[in-house]
Design a protein around this ligand. Structure first.
Ligand code: ADP
Ligand code: MG
Length: 285
């Protein structure tokens, strides 16, 4: 990857749209010389006006974590034109975890545990690099190829991530993220840091096991109040009857309202639900 953005983007030809987010459209792109396929995040400069630092930050973070872990998307190249910024990533052809959950309805407990263990391994790596992701959710978790293999789940979208020195554990205060996955301390504006990623992993785990998210409410205000109060249930019973107490206790730990009492990524990996050698569970405890 060049240290300075190149200004010649015509080395790539863009194709179909793979997905889109708040500021970006991600397109399939072929590197003309090599015939290699990539995913190209096209960011409109006008839309980002005044927020260019967000892209610079995303690139800086990706430079730190990309290529360092098998479950984090790799940034290959970046360049700009008069109108757009382009970030070129390894192409993930397996789609978003979000679509995989929707297609399956819900994951079996064993599959969920395997997936959560793999993602948490990458979260621990990110945290060890001094970075907090802040936008972990199934739309930002991609399968490298099809059929979707657990070992090939990739953390993407470092657009909201921050470098977080250990000396300043909870220094971030801006309210950002995706409401259903945001930790109580983000709404409370009491300062936040790495524990917000563990909370989001709790929401993701709940979603995998149940097929729906824990804090879904009629209005955003009610959703926020439920999050701040940690008000969620393992209900309706029909969705939870096959889920073990060990899995529930894992979700409960990640969804601890007080960030100081919430496990770290390392501690989460040591929880019996993830730490157990095969089989993780046999029957409901
Ligand atoms: P935003 O910051 O706008 O949310 P993302 O980086 O999350 O942008 O990308 C938006 C969507 O594009 C993702 O949710 C995903 O569907 C798709 N996408 C992103 N990166 C890749 C990739 N490397 N391979 C395939 N699809 C991708
Ligand atoms: Mg995204």
């Amino acid at each position: 990857m060049p240290s300075q953005p190149a200004t010649v983007p015509c080395q790539y030809k863009t194709g179909r749209t793979l997905g889109s987010g708040t500021y970006a459209i991600v397109k399939e792109a072929i590197h003309i010389k090599t015939g290699q396929y990539y995913a190209c995040k096209v960011i409109n400069k006008k839309l980002m006006e005044g927020r260019e630092h967000m892209v610079r930050n995303e690139i800086a973070v990706l430079k730190r974590v990309s290529s360092g872990h098998p479950n984090i998307v790799t940034l290959h190249d970046y360049f700009e034109t008069a109108h757009n910024l382009y970030l070129c990533f390894d192409l993930c052809t397996g789609g978003e975890l979000f679509d995989s959950i929707c297609a399956r309805g819900q994951y079996t407990e064993a599959d969920a545990a395997d997936l959560v263990r793999t993602i948490f391994g990458a979260v621990k790596y990110i945290h060890d690099c001094g970075i907090v992701h802040r936008d972990l959710k199934p739309e930002n978790l991609l399968f490298r190829s099809k059929p979707e293999r657990t070992s090939e789940i990739m953390i993407a979208d470092f657009g909201l991530s921050r470098v977080m020195p250990d000396s300043k554990l909870n220094m971030l205060t801006e309210v950002c993220g995706t409401p259903g996955y945001m930790a109580p301390e983000i709404f409370k504006k009491t300062g936040h840091g790495k524990p917000v990623d563990v909370w989001a992993m709790g929401v993701i785990t709940y979603f995998l096991l149940a097929g729906y998210t824990p804090f879904d409410r009629d209005t955003q205000k009610q959703e926020m109040e439920a999050i701040i109060a940690g008000d969620y249930r393992f209900e309706p019973e029909e969705y939870w009857s096959n889920v073990s107490e060990t899995a529930r206790s894992f979700v409960r730990a990640c969804l601890t309202v007080d960030p100081e009492s919430r496990p770290t990524a390392e501690q989460a990996l040591q929880h019996p639900w993830l730490a157990a050698e095969v089989p993780h569970f046999v029957e409901k405890d």
